[in-house]
Design a binder for this molecule. Structure first.
Ligand code: AMP
Ligand code: MN
Length: 354
C-alpha cells in the first residue's frame, strides 16, 4: 500500500451499535472492523459519519474537545491531537467519529458520487502521525526513496473486512511477526548498492545505523554479488530494530535487520514467499547473516480459520521475537496475490508509550 492512497478519514456507515455494561451515557459504534466509543444515541445503524483512524493527526478546529481544555499540541505545523487507542469503561475505542453535518459547515457537501468510503483525509487536513526519528537514524539524504521500488506499508485489517472474508476468502497466507522498529530497504541499481530508511535514500555516513547494520550483516557485498550472478537487480526490505528505536521492545543489544520482503527491480514485482526464502539462503551462503522475521504460520487459510476481524485481532496477541515481549502484531501475506494486511495487537497499542 502506498502512503499516497492512505485513507485516514472516510465517510462510513454505522454498522452496529453495542451497549457498554454499566455505562448509560456512552456506547460503542462499529464501522468496518473498528469500534468507537461515543455518546449514546448520537448515531443510528446505517447513519453516515466521518470515521478517522487511529494515528490520525486531527487539526484542532475539527475536534477541539480532543485537547480537553489544554493547549493543543503541534505536529508538522498543525495544531491538534493524535488519535490513540483507548479503553473506556472496559470497551476498546479506536479512532474518532464526526457527524457528517460538519461537511456542510465546511462547505464540502454535497460530494460528487457515492459518499460511502469517500476519502476526506486531504480535505480535512489530516496527517498520519509518525513517531519522531532518532538522530542515529536520520542520516544524510542522497536522494528521495526510489520511485521504482514500493515503500513498505500494510493496511490495517479493520479496513479490509470485505476483502479478507469475501474477495480473498480462499486465499492462503504466510503469517509473520510484526517487529516494531524502522523500515529499511537495501537495493542494487546500476552496479551500486543503496541503503534507504522508510522515506529517503541515504549517503553512507559514520554513525548512521542503517548503513552500519547493513555492513555488519554483510548485506552490501552479498547483494551486489547476487545481482551480478543472477543478472537481476533486487531490493531487500525489512525492519531495523534495536537500541534507541521505538523503545527497543525486543530488548536487543545493538541493532539488527530482519528481512520481510524481496522486490525484483528488474521484473517489477515482489518475490513469492518460497522465492524469497531461496534468495535469502543464497545471500547467507555467500557470507551474509540475515534473518527473516519470525514465521508464525505458513499456509494459513485465514477466512476459514477465523470468522471476524475481532477473532483475527485476538490471534494478533502473543509473544514476539523475544518470548518475554508482547508482539506488536502480525502481518499476513497472501500466496496467490499481492494482497496483504496487518493485525495490530490491541493490548500492545494500549500499553505503548509512543
Ligand atoms: P506500521 O509500522 O504500522 O506503519 O506498519 C507497516 C510497517 O510494518 C512496514 O512499513 C514495515 O516497516 C513494518 N513491519 C514490521 N514487521 C513486518 C513484517 N513482518 N512484515 C511486513 N512489514 C513489517
Ligand atoms: Mn512500525
Amino acid at each position: 500500500m502506498n502512503t499516497m492512497t492512505r485513507k485516514l478519514a472516510t465517510i462510513r456507515e454505522i454498522e452496529e451499535i453495542k451497549p457498554i455494561p454499566e455505562a448509560d451515557k456512552i456506547c460503542a459504534y462499529r464501522v468496518g472492523g473498528w469500534w468507537v466509543v461515543d455518546t449514546i444515541n448520537k448515531y443510528d445503524v446505517n447513519d453516515l459519519a466521518i470515521y478517522c483512524e487511529v494515528d490520525s493527526w486531527i487539526p484542532h478546529e475539527l475536534a477541539p474537545f480532543l485537547s480537553k481544555g489544554q493547549e493543543p499540541r503541534e505536529y508538522n505545523g498543525v495544531k491538534g491531537e493524535r488519535l490513540r487507542t483507548v479503553r473506556l469503561r472496559g470497551q476498546l475505542s479506536q479512532g474518532l467519529l464526526l457527524p457528517s453535518t460538519i461537511l456542510n459547515e465546511l462547505g464540502l457537501w454535497p460530494l460528487v458520487g457515492d459518499p460511502v468510503d469517500h476519502n476526506l483525509t486531504n480535505q480535512l487536513n489530516i496527517q498520519k502521525w509518525e513517531p519522531p526519528i532518532p538522530s542515529q537514524l536520520q542520516g544524510t539524504m542522497r536522494g528521495n526513496f526510489p520511485h521504482f521500488i514500493p515503500k513498505t506499508d500494510q493496511e490495517r485489517c479493520q479496513n479490509l473486512r470485505k476483502d479478507i472474508f469475501d474477495t480473498h476468502k480462499d486465499d492462503v497466507y504466510e503469517v509473520t511477526t510484526k517487529l516494531d522498529g524502522s523500515s529499511m530497504t537495501v537495493y542494487v541499481k546500476d552496479g551500486e548498492v543503496h541503503v534507504c530508511s522508510r522515506n529517503i535514500d541515504l549517503i553512507e555516513t559514520e554513525g548512521n545505523t542503517f548503513w552500519n547494520t547493513a555492513r555488519e550483516q554483510n548485506i552490501i557485498d552479498t547483494l551486489l554479488e547476487l545481482s551480478v550472478e543472477k543478472g537481476e537487480e533486487y531490493a531487500i526490505q525489512g525492519e531495523l530494530i534495536g537500541e534507541g528505536i521505538q523503545g527497543n521492545p525486543e530488548k536487543l543489544t545493538g541493532h539488527k535487520f530482519y528481512l520481510f520482503d524481496i522486490y525484483s527491480i528488474t521484473v517489477g514485482r515482489y518475490l513469492k514467499a518460497d522465492e524469497r526464502y531461496s534468495i535469502l539462503d543464497t545471500l547467507n551462503m555467500n557470507g551474509a547473516s540475515i534473518e527473516h522475521v519470525p514465521i508464525v504460520e505458513q499456509g494459513l487459510r485465514v477466512a476459514q480459520a477465523y470468522d471476524s476481524i475481532d477473532e483475527l485481532l485476538e490471534f494478533a496477541e502473543g509473544p514476539s521475537l523475544n518470548p518475554q515481549t508482547k508482539r506488536e502484531g502480525l502481518v499476513f501475506k497472501s500466496w496467490e496475490s499481492d494482497f496483504s494486511f496487518k493485525a495490530i495487537s490491541n493490548s500492545y497499542l494500549l500499553k505503548t508509550k509512543f
